[in-house]
Design a protein around this ligand. Sequence first.
Ligand SMILES: Cc1cc2nc3c(=O)[nH]c(=O)nc-3n(C[C@H](O)[C@H](O)[C@H](O)COP(=O)(O)O)c2cc1C
Length: 307
Amino acid sequence: MKKVLVIYYTQSGQLNEAVRATLAPFENSADVSIHYENIKPVIPFPFPWRYMEFCEVFPETVTGVTCELHPFSFNADENYDLIIIAYQSWFLSISIPINSFLKTEEAKKVMKNKPVVTIIACRSMWLKSQEKIKIHLKEIKANLVGNITFVDRAPNLISIVTVLAFVLSGERGKFLGIFPKYGVSEEDLKEAPKYGEIVLKHLKTGAYSDQQKELLDAGAVHIKSNLMLLEGRGSAMFPIYAGFILKKGNSGDSNRRGRVRSFGILLPIGMLILSPIITIVSRMAPLFASKKIKSEMEYYSQNSLRE
Ligand SMILES: Cc1cc2nc3c(=O)[nH]c(=O)nc-3n(C[C@H](O)[C@H](O)[C@H](O)COP(=O)(O)O)c2cc1C
């Protein structure tokens, strides 16, 4: 019997849908047992969010401040054959609940020397959060052997509008009747069991060296060059602005409200201005930096950390 531990957190259920669709082949396999661990913060994050609440978590998310979690139902001494970490990006970082899990003693214990597969369901910008996952896993001596991503396929400017409409209203319908529905599409969920089959095959043999290549060939990883460039800009600027806010106080401190508010104004303006510029640059970039872009996309498609 192969034992699998699935760690996940979801607000709307979107991530859970992606996980269940991916792991459908596991459920049908008699020689696999799965323990699902739903990570629960002691003080739940709001959903839907008010815009200020959404901006308020920015500094702590980016700088990796943890939150308190309810006790886990899995046994950290259990010898799992595979750990699956299913998470969403928040502000180009790991969402606070999953980041908090990764920093617990239980996570360190249960994941040490174990193969780990990540399943990400987010808007479309996950490259830098996955780099943080790689760093964490390296620190706790776990082996990242696979990554599967589910993203919103709409153009960047459209999904910026629809993700905000979604997290601020809690509704995933067509915003204003004209925008496409936010999130992971039904079509992409239909593809998910294919990725699960690949992971299941490797779980059964215990040999994972070809797994990520097979996942890539099956279309399990979504990277766009314009978003890669945009994430590069964002991830350079976010820690600076997070530090600027934190200088005025920690979460909930009214002294930092002005700076959080200014972030709330600058974020959409920055995205709306930078996004089209970077899209044009990324369209032209193959003319002068095609090798660099290709090698960066290859880097983010695989699971090891840059030297
Ligand atoms: C505070 C916050 C920040 C977010 N930042 C990002 C981001 O940087 N990149 C991204 O692709 N999606 C981002 N999203 C969208 C989430 O990754 C995810 O798609 C959405 O929250 C739904 O996930 P869930 O309901 O399964 O938790 C963010 C969402 C929230 C609430």
